[in-house]
Design a protein. Structure first.
Length: 259
């Protein structure tokens, strides 16, 4: 079997790994959702149809605790499986990045990148909010509304685990380590183009509507942090983790204050 370091020196590896992972990223949760909802169907006839109406966007008002539990658990299981595959295939790469990230001469710079990245995310978010308000645009991104809905039920712990731990790990390996590798090694694009393309695709996956630009700003900062850290995925995972964790904390604080 060809050693991993030789695979990673092959530009085709990054491209194939990204394409396969991207398909799994979008399909694994759906597979778990459908299989889980069919199991529930035996106990609650009619559940599957209601579930399909929810995930197809036909009936947003039909959320029930069971449907939300299926959504939360399925999303978590899909990302756990993909995370496991990443660890199995990229273990040496992840260990290598971790060692570099925490080296005495690098850790201060990497922490600064994360701190400044977080500040940039906050500033860009405020600027976009003010711009949307000036343009008379109201509401929230559909992806954000769904997450907030799923965080409002008893099964929210599964979504919290997904958002704080699994999403930063899975999405950074997918959109940074693998996609950057494909763009730079296979297509010989500059790091700037890799940052832009990675950010656009990340934002598009999270929502194509007027709020696309909120995700684009977030993705540009995280992609920039990855590039500034010499393509160290531990740094971008750290920034993504900080952003998601603080977002979850603020959501529950706001919920408590409003209640």
């Amino acid at each position: 079997m060809e050693p991993l370091h030789k695979k990673l020196s092959n530009p085709n590896f990054y491209l194939i790994a990204f394409l396969v992972s991207f398909v799994l990223f979008n399909t694994l949760p759906i597979v778990f959702m459908i299989s889980s909802s069919l199991v529930v169907e035996f106990q609650q006839p009619g559940f599957f149809i209601g579930f399909l109406r929810i995930i197809s966007g036909l009936d947003d008002a039909a959320y029930t605790p069971t449907i939300v539990a299926v959504l939360n658990i399925s999303q978590m299981l899909g990302e756990i499986l993909l995370a496991g595959l990443f660890v199995a295939v990229l273990w040496k790469v992840l260990v290598h990045d971790a060692k570099l990230a925490f080296k005495k001469e690098n850790i201060g710079r990497n922490l600064l990148i994360i701190l400044l990245g977080w500040v940039a995310i906050i500033v860009s978010s405020v600027v976009l909010e003010l711009l949307y308000e000036r343009l008379g645009i109201e509401g929230t991104a559909n992806n954000q509304e769904i997450i907030e809905t799923l965080l409002s039920y008893d099964s929210k712990i599964f979504m919290i685990i997904t958002v704080i731990i699994l999403a930063p790990f899975v999405e950074e390996i997918l959109f940074r380590k693998l996609l950057f590798g494909a763009l730079e090694e296979k297509f010989h694009l500059s790091r700037l183009w890799a940052v832009i393309i990675s950010a656009v695709l990340f934002a598009a996956v999270h929502g194509i509507d007027i709020f696309f630009f909120q995700y684009l700003a977030l993705a540009l900062v995280i992609s920039g942090a990855y590039a500034l850290s010499n393509n160290n995925v531990v740094v971008s995972i750290g920034l993504h983790f900080v952003n998601n964790t603080l977002s979850i904390i603020l959501f529950f604080l706001a919920e408590r204050l409003l209640s």
